[in-house]
Design a protein around this ligand. Sequence first.
Ligand code: GCB
Length: 610
Amino acid sequence: MKKLVAAFWIFIGTLACLPAMADDLRPAFLLTGALHRDGQDLSGQWTYSKDLYRTGLTDINGWVAKSRMQRYRDLDVAAIEAKGGVDFFEFDLDRGPIINVPGAWNVAAPELRYYDGLIWFQRKFNAQALGGKRAFLRFEAVNYRAYVYLNGKEVGRHEGGFTPFVLEVTGLLRAGDNRLVVGVDSTHDAQSIPTSITDWDLYGGITRKVALITTPATFIDDAMVQLSADGRIAGEVRLQGPQAANQQVSVAIGALATVRATTDANGRATFELAAPKGLERWSPEKPTLYDVRFSAAGDALRDRVGFRTIAVKGNQILLNGKPIWLRGISLHEEEFGPNPARNMTESSSRALLHEIKHGLGANYVRLSHYPHSETTVRLADEMGLLVWSEIPVYWTVDWDNPAVLRKALAMQAETIYRDRNRASVIMWSVGNETPVADARTRFHSAMADNVRQLDPSRLVSAALLVKHDGDALAIDDPLAGKLDVLAVNIYAGWYGSDTLDAVAKLKWKVPSDRPLILSEFGADALAGYRNDGMKKFTEEYQAEYYRQTLAMADQIPTLRGMSPWILKDFRSPRREHPVFQNGWNRKGIVSETGVRKQAFGVLADYYRGK
Ligand code: GCB
């Protein structure tokens, strides 16, 4: 085992030294559209075992873990104990406490509230004989590192808390009872993405669904389709398996058109066709989705896809060729309620997006600061909300470390492969509020190049910092040259020395040839704290802050949208004022339970006027 562990990290180390090419960022398996595939949902009751000292992974001095500590072993501890004898164990997942998966562990038990480390999870399940089919485990998200074992054998590892990963288990799955054990380590460090300090909660755990998916021996691993800038429908299909080469592929776009292609020696086929007459373009006002059916080699995959174009021309953002103004709001992945667990069921996600779309009258949402669940992005498609998507390259990062860059590029690739059929997603962001420096700019530039290589059809942006330049605000950041849309976070009137009445008068020096959006602005208010003068943390102060900032925004000629910070109060261990915060960032324009603050009305009125 010790050798195996060493070999694994060496492998990662070697990868880190290679130049990052988009294609070697492609995970071994994607199972695009897995939500629509045959499978067994492994959500529900799992058991767990805390492992603060990581004794299940390694012993002291990095030696192989003691067998009595290896939580992933496939054995019946109680039965062995009943026999008596020399063997004993310091765990038993079969009799461990119960936890619901998916969901963060912080809300599962008081002792786990601020637990930050390794926990082992176990789920037993029954499977049928595969009969020539293949089986995969697909994790939608595990925060932050996952060590996966089936029936006592390691099947793989993954790093990154917000993107899906797929592990083949065809050879390990048993007809009958199976034991799945996942070690989840929530610890972040200077080389993780994000690093250990953020402004949101820890939320360790198996935070999104896990499914056992079966496919034919040769199957459609990836299928992409979109409307290209020149108004043609184009895409690609990738097969995996012994019969992947020279296969007929057929793609049906609703009842409007069917196109055929043949896979090459690598199982890849591309296709293209003129947009059929009668194709309705997707937009926030009319989010038309088509049933798209990909078939090949006896496998079939369906998706619901919208078709639209997105572009920048001068300082305008064009959706389907027409200028659009992004009436938005930022959102963390955290459901309404007094004790959220980052468990985004369809209904909890819908409740948030409904408030954005129908309460606020928005057409746009910044899904900050990491890839949100596929459920949310698919709902944005269905409900008609444009999406800014980002990975958590946030604040500080080990900019000079090629292994960290490699992780960022891989995370970005996993996000893009997951979401590139989503019409709602119009912008990939490559960073948030990172301090300007050469190494940091090189890092972000590599990310921007990577995005363009993986997906040339969408816009690239980043949330930048602004600088006071005399009496004006300016973007002084060489990264700006890499972006299609400039975006800035601005907190004048909340952080810093500007008084509220100075905000509306702030002048801006920004390039005239590029669209600008305000990716963040905001102020804290405790819902219900009112009528106490214009003091910070009152609803009045936050509402006035919005009025002043919106007046300032109206003076920026190239402003094409905004996503104020933030829809809902959210958990953050940075925020410990005992009266106003108690572990919550209060910049929501609604409270954690959904009570609207005064600023909500100010923004909704402003959007009605846009
Ligand atoms: C920011 C960050 C965001 C924080 C916010 C705040 O600039 O991008 O993650 O939560 O400020 O509330 O200070």
